[in-house]
Design a protein around this ligand. Structure first.
Ligand code: ADP
Length: 657
């Protein structure tokens, strides 16, 4: 077995791989960019090597730097994690050239499966069912349009080199084909350096089911059951579970048989995932194979009780697979949610910034947290905004989902916007709980899932009020109120506290009395006899009932986690409110730092409201800035290819027509 391995990745997966390595007595070595010098995967590592600046092309995607780091550190092998160079054949080849073991499959397997069209050509020889489509070399727009017509609408255009749902366009009418093709090719060229596309019949409302496979260098190949990854946004997975519900025995049989056949077709070694879509009529179709460890591998680990990173290390070190197919058992049900710093209501736009507090549930045998951040860390614009994964286990699906809903209720990140409440709505949604949903779930229930948060409950306001008063007292503030003290002022006095949550103001009238705090809130009156805050746990006795919440305050406000819900309050500040109003007035600024991928207008152009003006790519997503009103362009501050360094930088000026 290896003594030292280099982990060519960051965030939660770098931390997760390091954990297994340490458990096996292998020393993990971390790498980091300038943007990550203080990151958790670096802080928690015994040895970490600097590899370059923030942009991934200069660090985590830089083959030469990584190889140099591995050689310098004396690592015998490199684990690429997922994303970055994990499916890069040139990287695997460079490792081999320098006598470093690449913890993954062969260069050839990566190369074949890295092209969605070559993958299809290879697996089609082995009785693996394919979606009807065109997977050839001819890329002339006229030829592809003719192919699309003969496949029949709707058609899906996909980047051959694609990943992460990028470079994909659905075409429902042949008249839209030419535009969709051009835009898919443009995105594919900028994201993967290769504009080649393939065409597939678009399977309406499919489910996404994938099979975990494992091979070794002794000719053994096994599967580790399936995962249902149908819950997606922008064709990217958000929630995954294992096993999949609503599969027939015949479908399972096709899935496992095809997955093993696909892996065998390329003499696969290491961890791999064979992905399928299942049509509404039950048809099973191969879509691609991922030649790496997947983000969602923990659900498979939960139901099998195995450590897939350990398996990867053993296989890479030349050992045979630890278990035979008939020794691999599946029990119970596991679900994983991906926690993102993003705003689901703003089309899942990533949210960057400093995390004042990262409050995550306590790990337990049925709750696993794979986190890449802690309090005080930052979400930078350079990398994916996923900051942690939460995985829960139960004897059955219902139990694991119930555990997940509770775990999400104990999760809060302050300072950035997250999808925690959104995920909570999904896992408690009747249509999700019923199972058998498809990849359109997020769209089908868009309005419900993005509805404004319900107004705060009285108890939540009381907790926040106690936190504010406690804070003031600690700061030596004006409050003469002293609870549990035998010595008191003999006059009651009343003050007003205005708390803001979800843009609404809540006025609390607080009377400091001999027997406690009498609070008027939301039309009710409450008597808080006692309250006590210790290590973020605030207990109070309200009208004879003792209740408790997790409460903390920081620069982002007052945070209350109570009864399965997180709520953020700020104390109303009239000066600050006036400033916010002034900046909200329809300015066309960059939502985050990034690079300009297209400029559609020039100075003097007349544009209609809603017209696309400029496109910015940041955090792997293209943002189109549109005109908020009819107007004339008076200034264009950036050209195509230029970098926008600052969130909020003005991109374009428009004067009302
Ligand atoms: P990527 O490599 O970019 O993730 P995939 O080929 O894995 O692309 O597809 C991503 C997602 O897009 C799938 O999980 C599925 O939801 C959807 N998808 C892919 N192919 C089809 C298809 N032919 N019909 C319908 N949906 C599809």
């Amino acid at each position: 077995m290896f003594k030292k391995i280099l982990i060519a990745n960051r965030g939660e997966i770098a931390c997760r791989i390091a954990r297994t390595a340490r458990r096996m007595g292998i020393q993990p070595i971390a790498v980091y960019s300038d943007a990550d010098s203080q990151a958790l995967h670096v802080r928690s590592s015994e040895q970490a090597l600097h590899i370059g600046s923030g942009p991934a092309t200069d660090s985590y995607l830089n083959i030469e730097r990584l190889i140099t780091a591995a050689r310098r550190s004396g690592a015998e092998a490199i684990h690429p994690g997922y994303g970055f160079l994990s499916e890069n054949a040139a990287f695997a080849a460079a490792c081999a050239e320098h006598g470093i073991v690449f913890i993954g499959p062969s260069v050839e397997a990566i190369r074949v499966m890295g092209s969605k069209s070559e993958a299809k050509a290879v697996v089609s020889r082995f009785d693996v069912p394919l979606v009807p489509g065109y997977y050839g070399d001819n890329q002339s727009p006229e030829f592809l349009a003719a192919q699309a017509s003969s496949i029949g609408m709707p058609v899906l255009i996909k980047a051959v080199a694609g990943g992460g749902g990028r470079g994909m366009r659905i075409v429902r009418h042949i008249t839209e084909f030419a535009d969709a093709l051009a835009s898919a090719q443009r995105e594919a060229r900028s994201a993967f350096g290769d504009p080649t596309v393939l065409l597939e019949k678009y399977v309406e409302s499919p489910r996404h089911i994938e099979v975990q496979v494992f091979g070794d260098n002794h000719g053994n190949i096994v599967h580790l059951y399936e995962r249902d990854c149908s819950l997606q946004r922008r064709h990217q997975k958000v929630i995954e579970e294992a096993p999949a519900v609503c599969l027939t025995d015949a479908q399972r049989d096709t899935l496992y048989r095809s997955a093993i056949a696909a892996a065998r077709a390329i003499s696969y070694s290491g961890a791999g995932t064979v992905e399928f879509v299942i049509a509404a009529d039950g048809g099973v179709f191969f879509i691609e194979m991922n030649t790496r460890l997947q983000v969602e591998h923990p659900v498979t680990e939960m139901i099998t009780g195995l450590d897939l990173v350990e398996w990867q290390l053993r296989v890479a070190a030349g050992e045979p697979l630890p278990l035979r197919q008939d020794e691999i058992q599946s029990r119970g049900h596991a679900v994983e949610v991906r926690l993102y710093a993003e705003d689901p209501a703003q089309d899942f736009r990533p949210s960057v910034g400093r995390i004042w507090h990262a409050h995550l549930p306590a790990p337990a045998p049925d709750v696993r947290i794979d986190a890449g951040v802690e309090s005080g860390d930052s979400i930078t614009p350079f990398y994916d905004a996923m900051f942690a994964k939460l995985i829960t286990f139960g004897a059955d699906r219902e139990a694991s989902l119930q555990r997940m809903a509770a775990a999400l209720g104990e999760t809060a990140l302050t300072g950035v916007t997250t999808n925690v409440e959104y995920l909570q709505r999904v896992v408690t949604h009747p249509a999700y709980i019923a199972g058998g949903f498809n990849t359109h779930f997020v769209e089908d229930f868009r309005d419900e899932l993005n509805a404004p948060s319900p107004p705060p409950q009285p108890f939540e306001l009381l907790f926040a009020a106690c936190a504010v008063l406690g804070e003031r007292r600690r700061a030596g503030g004006p409050s003469p109120w002293q609870q549990r003290d035998s010595f008191r002022l003999n006059l009651d006095y009343t003050e007003a506290l205005v708390l803001v949550a979800g843009g609404e103001q809540y006025v609390l009238e607080i009377t400091h009395r001999r027997d406690g705090l009498a609070v008027n809130a939301l039309g009710g009156e409450y008597l808080i006899a006692r309250h006590d805050l210790q290590a973020s746990q605030l207990a109070m006795v309200v009208d004879g009932e003792r209740i408790r919440a997790t409460v903390f305050t920081d620069q982002a406000g007052i945070h209350v986690l109570h009864d399965g819900r997180y709520r953020q309050f700020v104390v109303f500040d009239p000066l600050h409110a006036a400033e916010e109003d002034a900046t909200a007035a329809g300015s066309m600024t960059a939502p985050m730092p990034g690079s300009i991928t297209a400029v559609m207008v020039k100075v003097g152009d007349r544009v209609a409201r809603g017209a696309a003006l400029i496109m910015l790519e940041a955090m792997k997503i293209e943002h189109t800035i549109v005109a908020p009103f009819d107007g004339v362009v008076t200034e264009v501050r950036y050209a195509k290819g230029e970098q926008v360094a600052q969130e909020g930088a003005e991109l374009i000026k428009l004067e009302p027509a």
